[in-house]
Design a binder for this molecule. Structure first.
Ligand code: SF4
Length: 493
């Protein structure tokens, strides 16, 4: 990705202000966490002999923000909210002590990456300029690394220390002392190249496991009992991940670990799953992403749905007791959305007794999906690329997609069946068809000889060959012995 030129600040008083994020529908409360990258950056600034003040504007308090244009041609309208501390809080924090010479409005996010609303950034900047008229106010963070080419036209001056400049520094947890959670990072970036994701455009790297455990121990001694990991691909180097688990098990640390962004499921071995079973895990994310061979090809995923189906089944068998919540993310809102694929994912997740976590597609420059749709996106500003504004969904379908998102977040089949009114006619037809074949589909995935695209195509061929000859399993909800949401347990689980 094109990046701003690297810059340095040294020997100054610097205020780092986290920019709050906007939302339309329900978002997981953990999204308000500080990014570990921000905490590394603060260490880096301190190492450059700066006095650093950290002002965290993110909080669970919600305010109504603005009505935004939504949909592919921006004629739909959606009200957005903002999770933010008050203006008074920001003014008070900036007025405390000596006036900062530099103010950095930091657009990093624990959940990588996310689209910020430019008017929110402008409004925070206005307050900073009002309270500290002599300070230089710039923007930065991963969001501006991605959108660096657009910054000047939008009237922002970007500060960037350069790619990876802060990676060598341990996160500075002192600025969030008294918090209820800890963070840890094992890897950064990704060597894959999925069509929507910017992680694959950065230089992948891992962090020293001994060093990671050192700061986790320090936090645990201070009373932290929960640690969150938001690595884009925590399985970037499977051996590195396994080494962390081994060291953690030997360390005697007794905390709850959350892996919230996901294990690349085709890299998760049964041996690692067994080791996960010896940890205390809060949230564990196993992405599904695509439901059919065609959608897998279009999204450029390095694994088919066979992988997460098999892995979740293994986790159920080998590590279920150690996990509070197994979540399975997937994305909707592509121009190539196929409702059969979407409901195949959804129903497979429910059948495997896990929680679906649908996300709307956020768009970023330098991704394939952005390039393929550049013509459609010409009239949009950066703020309108926010996934919850459905930038590639036809405007008239935006209300249907908002309801679909609510439907897909329902984690039991019984309640899903009570909420079929959230689905359009086209969606409902696809849901019913998938419900009819889901038992057979999951069974075929579990029995598949490999996890490749060719194998998935064979499964699909057999599935529909079976359907045409009436050999499919009975509809999922009609099986006996249902344990979760009306589904019987998957074979092998
Ligand atoms: S595997 Fe995950 S982190 Fe890697 S490029 Fe694909 S979506 Fe991004």
């Amino acid at each position: 990705m094109s990046r701003p030129q690297s810059d340095t600040i040294s020997g100054k008083r610097v205020a780092v202000v986290t920019v709050p994020f906007t939302f339309t529908d329900k978002v997981p409360r953990e999204l308000g966490q500080v990014s570990i990258e921000t905490l590394r950056f603060i260490s880096y600034l301190k190492a450059c002999r700066n006095q650093v003040v950290f002002v965290n504007l993110r909080t669970a308090e919600k305010f109504l923000w603005k009505t935004r244009r939504a949909g592919r041609t921006s004629t739909a309208k959606i009200k957005m909210g903002v999770f933010s501390r008050s203006q008074e809080f920001l003014r008070a924090e900036l007025s405390r002590g000596a006036v900062p010479q530099e103010i950095l409005l930091w657009c990093d996010f624990s959940f990588f990456p996310y689209t910020f609303d430019l008017d929110v950034i402008r409004s925070v900047r206005e307050i900073c300029r009002d309270v500290c008229p002599g300070s230089r106010v710039r923007v930065g963070g991963v969001f501006w690394d991605i959108f660096s080419a657009q910054a000047a036209a939008e009237g922002f001056e970007v500060f960037s220390a350069g790619e990876g400049a802060a990676d060598a520094y341990p996160p500075d947890f002192s600025v969030v002392s008294g918090g209820a959670y800890g963070l840890f990072q094992l890897a950064k970036g990704c060597s894959n190249n999925c069509s929507f994701c910017v992680a694959g455009r950065s230089c992948p790297r891992t962090f020293n496991n001994a060093g990671t455990l050192r700061y986790m121990r320090g936090l645990a001694e201070g009373g932290i009992r929960e640690f969150w990991n938001w690595d884009q691909n925590v399985m970037l180097r499977p051996a590195h991940f396994e080494d962390f688990v081994d060291r953690y098990l030997e360390s005697g640390l007794d905390a709850t670990l959350h892996f919230s962004l996901g294990f690349q499921p085709n890299l998760l071995t049964a041996r690692i799953v067994k080791k996960l079973g010896r940890l205390r895990l809060g949230t564990l994310a196993v992405p599904f992403e695509t439901g059919t061979s065609e959608s897998c090809r279009l999204a450029g995923k390095p694994y088919t749905i066979i992988s997460p189906v098999k892995r979740v089944s293994e986790i159920n068998r080998l590590a279920h007791k150690s996990i509070e919540r197994l979540i399975c993310p997937f994305i909707i809102g592509y121009p190539h959305d196929d409702f059969r694929s979407i409901f195949r994912i959804y129903l497979s997740i429910l059948r495997l007794r896990s929680s679906p976590l649908p996300f709307p597609l956020c768009l970023f420059p330098n991704t394939r999906v952005y390039a393929e749709n550049a013509g459609l996106l010409q009239g949009k500003n950066i703020s309108e690329l926010h996934g919850q504004l459905w930038p590639l969904v036809p405007d008239r379908k935006v209300p249907q997609y908002r309801k679909l998102l609510r439907f897909l977040a329902i984690d039991s089949l019984a309640r899903a069946k009570d909420n079929l009114g959230l689905l359009s006619g086209e969606m409902l037809a696809a849901f019913r068809e998938e419900l009819r074949i889901n038992g057979a589909f999951v069974e075929m995935c579990l029995n598949a000889g490999s996890e490749s695209l060719a194998e998935l195509e064979r499964v699909e061929k057999n599935l529909f060959h079976g359907a045409s000859r009436g050999r499919l399993a009975r509809p999922a909800g009609e099986r006996g012995g249902a344990r979760s949401g009306g589904f019987s347990p998957p074979p092998g689980a």
